[in-house]
Design a protein. Structure first.
Length: 94
């Protein structure tokens, strides 16, 4: 199945990584594409279509880690805020 990626969002995430994490643009683009692909695979694992519910990500950098925390429209507030498995580790992309 062919997916359409939001390239504007990928570039925004890449520039956020360049500013916050001090990464080069090449590394930031690799991480940003990794994040876009992980979001799609996560949606597929939950069986949610792209048009059905919203999934937002927030990039966090600190303590030597680069993570993208996500919130999902199809999960409860408890699952979105209190669970500790609500992030993707972007260092795996490199």
């Amino acid at each position: 199945m062919k997916y359409l990626f939001d390239k504007k969002e990928i570039m925004k995430n890449a520039w956020t990584l360049v500013r916050k994490a001090g990464k080069s643009m090449a590394e930031a683009l690799k991480m940003s594409w990794y994040l876009a692909k992980k979001v799609i695979s996560y949606r597929e694992s939950w069986g949610v279509n792209a048009e059905d519910e919203e999934m937002t990500t927030n990039i966090w950098v600190g303590y030597g880690k680069v993570r993208a925390y996500y919130t999902c429209g199809w999960r409860s507030n408890y699952q979105n805020k209190k669970c500790r498995d609500n992030f993707f580790d972007l260092a795996e992309a490199l």
